[in-house]
Design a protein around this ligand. Sequence first.
Ligand code: 5GP
Length: 335
Amino acid sequence: LPFCQLLPKVELHAHLNGCVRASTIRELVHSQQLSSLSEADIERITSTGHRSLADCFVLFDAVHQLTTKHDTITRITREVIEDFAAEQTTYLELRTTPKDRPEHGISKRSYMAAVLAGIQQARQAQPAAGMLVKLLLSIDRRNDAAAAMDTVALAIKLMPAGVVGVDLSGNPSVGSWATWLPALQHARQAGLKVTLHAAEVANYEETHAMLDFAPERLCHMCVLDEALQQRLWASNIPVELCLTSNVKTNSVPGYVDHHFKQFYAAGHPVVLCTDDSGVFGTTLSQEYAIAAASFGLEQQQLIELAARAVEYCFCSEQEKQKLRQQVLDFREAWQ
Ligand code: 5GP
């Protein structure tokens, strides 16, 4: 683990509201005195054990009940950035779903302004001052076509502020691909990159349609048949793999059986990510350490994994050059 903590890493798959510190959640529950959340609920939110994917989405809705103020959104953004920076994350692509919550005086635009304020605050202090932070705006699968298009319009507007792409996430059993396709196409035309949560559950038709779209990255890809596996490998699309998330949601039987092993052996581009560090009680360093222990990776292979991850970032070539150099410097200092 100490080696993995020192390794300069990039995090490409972290959901803002999934990364809230347990201590912050407890504090928010007590300060907001939410009668709708019982002690048992709090215990459920802050325990990091196994739970079904369906239960995770109930949990996210509970966390969303706590993040209903602009100040809170700014605070959790700052804290999440600080937490990643503290473990030698050199680049963070943070994703979040802009929310219209008129009952709390929040619009998608003001929600994003609060997130940007959090990034700004984090930049002003160590340890996050040296870390590069970019944003992906998530379309929730519960969104209809108009809401998806609105999120993309906002993402385009915020490109100068550091939004580099769009993500499709939310409960994989909800909604249908055709609903969000026009918005995703619009994002691409505007120069945004696209990453898709795919194949978290068996839905071969949708996964084929996603591969037809050919996003810049995919996430999870847990449930594939032979034909999809072959298509994925032929596509060479990098896959964000979140070991602990997949194990804790029972999407895979266990760490050693995780498809990382197969993808890595086949030379398919993969990047280790946390997904929801708060909900699953993990860190990026821990994910690297788990990969090392589960798949027998040597330190040189971990450095190589971290180096290759830089190539899949959605930032500019110039920014990537800086990130490459940080891994090279580490490699030299370590040898
Ligand atoms: P937020 O976008 O509110 O900042 O972060 C939480 C949201 O991210 C959840 O409500 C859900 O839409 C999405 N999310 C977080 N983790 C996962 C995951 O493992 N799978 C999928 N499909 N969506 C997720």
